[in-house]
Design a protein around this ligand. Structure first.
Ligand SMILES: Nc1ncnc2c1ncn2[C@@H]1O[C@H](COP(=O)(O)OP(=O)(O)OP(=O)(O)O)[C@@H](O)[C@H]1O
Ligand SMILES: [Mg+2]
Length: 255
């Protein structure tokens, strides 16, 4: 059985279908990129994987279990917008990430000391140990995004969910974040789902690239149907089948 199984998932809001009939199998350690037009339900899908929401229909299994019934410790998420706390230092942000996830509230005494030591380990790993006592506002965009990833990593999740994590970064910083993510993945063997609008990034980092699109399309009522996985590309050779994408999908064209 696959590590992650998504079976016949539907999600609607106020009876408006957003995603329909989504079926995905992923092995542990796989890196799955997700692309698709704005508003087609990519972030919604990540929230379902995180079990922040329950699907209208269908089921999700992570390592054989219902993620909604498991504590959130095995999944970490980096949201579309920066998700660090501006009023806390870099180190406090990492500690807070851990305490929020473990549901302990705040750490005290020895527990707090141990949590700070773990935070410093994470900071070294993400290359932010030299700014541990600074506030996020003093960091560059790339450093803030590394901090957000660090926050998600402190709980040592088996699944990392990334929602357009590098969208706001300049091209050079983006490339160094790719190296960072690839190293991290080699080190931890994590399973990763990453939503991106950048096809090149999707194929470079992913083992697979899933395209979310609406196979059924009513020009008079664009919201009548939901999106599903219309392509599942093998991306391990890093090549981009641009031709195929351009000919067959309408949603990837700029809107
Ligand atoms: N909690 C909610 N209640 C009602 N509608 C919602 C909710 N969450 C998302 N939607 C709607 O569902 C649709 C899909 O949203 P979603 O954020 O998943 O798209 P997306 O593919 O991530 O888009 P983008 O690329 O712009 O981030 C949108 O039309 C959005 O308005
Ligand atoms: Mg989104």
């Amino acid at each position: 059985m696959s590590f992650i199984t998504v079976r016949d998932i539907f999600q609607s809001y106020d009876r408006r279908p957003i995603i329909e009939r989504v079926n995905i199998e992923a092995d542990e350690g796989e890196f799955v990129s997700i692309v698709g037009a704005s508003g087609c339900g990519k972030s919604t899908f990540l929230r379902l994987l995180l079990a922040q929401e329950r699907p209208t229909r269908g089921e999700i299994r992570i390592d054989g279990a219902d993620p909604a019934k498991e504590p959130g410790l095995d999944r970490g998420i980096v949201f579309q917008k920066y998700s660090v706390f501006p009023h806390m230092t870099v180190r406090e942000n990492i500690v807070a990430g851990e305490s929020l996830r473990s549901g302990w509230g705040r750490f005290f005494g020895e527990a707090a000391k141990a949590a700070r030591a773990r935070a410093d380990e994470t900071l070294t790993r993400i290359g932010l140990d030299h700014v541990a006592d600074n506030y996020p506002a003093t960091l560059s965009g790339g450093m803030q995004q590394r901090l957000a990833i660090g926050q998600a990593l402190t709980a040592k999740p088996r699944v990392l969910l990334l929602d357009e994590p590098f969208g706001a970064l300049d091209p050079g910083t983006r490339l160094s974040m790719h190296d960072f993510l690839q190293d991290l993945r080699r080190e931890t063997g994590m399973t990763v789902f990453m939503v991106t609008h950048d096809l090149e990034e999707a194929f470079k980092l992913g083992d697979r690239v899933l395209v979310f699109d609406k196979p059924r399309w009513d020009p008079h009522d664009p919201n009548a149907y939901g999106a599903t996985v219309t392509y599942d590309f093998d991306a391990r050779d890093g090549g981009i089948p641009f031709q195929t994408l351009k000919e067959d999908t309408h949603v990837l064209a700029p809107t």
